[in-house]
Design a protein around this ligand. Sequence first.
Ligand code: AMP
Length: 468
Amino acid sequence: MFDKFNDECGVFGIYGHPEAANMTYLGLYALQHRGQESCGIAASDGTRLKTHLGRGLVADVFKDDEIFRQLPGQAAIGHVRYSTAGGNDIRNCQPIAVSYARGSVAVAHNGNLVNAQEVRNELEARGSIFSTTADTEVIIHLLAHSQSDALPDRIAEALRQVRGAYSLVFLTETRMVAVRDPHGFRPLVLGQLGDAFVVASETCALDLIEAKFVREVEAGEMLVFDQNGMTSFRPFEPQPYTPCIFEFVYFARPDSTVFGRQVYGMRKGFGRQLAREHGVEADIVIPVPDSGVPAAIGYAEESGIPFEMGLIRNHYIGRTFIEPQQSIRHFGVKIKLNAIREVLAGKRVVVIDDSVVRGTTSRKIIKMIRQAGAKEIHMRVSSPPTSYPCFYGIDTPTRKELIASSHTNAEICRYITADTLGYLSLEGMLKEAGALEGALGKCCEACFSGNYPVKFPRLKADTQLGLF
Ligand code: AMP
């Protein structure tokens, strides 16, 4: 069986730099928010691929110089992985590197394939033996089975057989290849550092290594980097462009530009729109840090209610969802956040968070704010109710665990024990997304609307939608 939940991940690659593995380490460090469970780097010195992988944070897995001495060469790719139940296995760390008839290849994947199980069943029926439970391994097998001679053709042939979300970086002894799926679900940007080419999930990784942002890798585009420089291919049938709006809600870092749009500005805009839709008389606006901060600034600006930090976050722990057990997650909120009584006591408080998923976090936070003496608590959420699971690479629970899938706003408000609750409307969110400069096209907002741009097999849908 595949992992029950999808993987959210970050990818990075650099070609033509004397310290490729070191640069990749820094790139992954900047992308740590996209995955804290495991990480890895594969590097090539032109004749051989070497890989180092491990569970844990980038700084812990790559903690001594000796590791970098073992990763020589001018090209490297890296991956940070975020998985939940069932996926916490060293064999699922990426980049996945293999040797096959034509040499070696390593791959790092952000996204989720919707037909991976079906393709895997077919491959296993033809004799393939899989060593991981990650759907990314399917791509490797398809690549190895391809009869085409040229690497770009083999990769294209493999990817034409899979459907779903992928931003991928491949590394062979002599080449690096970056590919973004034809719908462009997940971000991938191209940068330049001197003569070296860089690809990364988000621009914050380019900023850290002082690489220049060149452009996005376009949806359906394959970039091949080799001794001749960079070549762009368009090997797929064009599809509607559907970048993931949840990158703006929660996932991407606010200092990044993804899909050509600044995340911080977008989040602030969501907060402003939220204030227009769900204004309330209150004394202070406080964010749930860190992800609620830009939206709370926007809400405060638009409403004229002063912004305060009523909750302080401990930065030395991972994100809440990293603990798969409900019991630990409950505890986790207290480990992560503490309330400031001096700010909250006697106040009518607007609390802004970016999303409510299971409702567990909000319930704990509101209890904490109330214990700190708040008089009224008005919960405002800078995205619409999350009612549908994601099949394209964001980790959302199955349908029955999503509180908004089976409860009304009034029921959710009661459950989280707020005085009032208001969510940003989907129309408001899309309007705000469109109002910022440049047109995003039609985002994927399946987690809010249930309109899935890429269909998936029935069984998977039924299981994940919680229908049986
Ligand atoms: P919950 O307790 O399930 O309602 O969790 C909601 C909190 O989790 C919010 O504060 C969000 O910032 C955060 N969150 C939303 N989506 C995700 C995700 N896919 N992975 C990790 N955390 C998330």
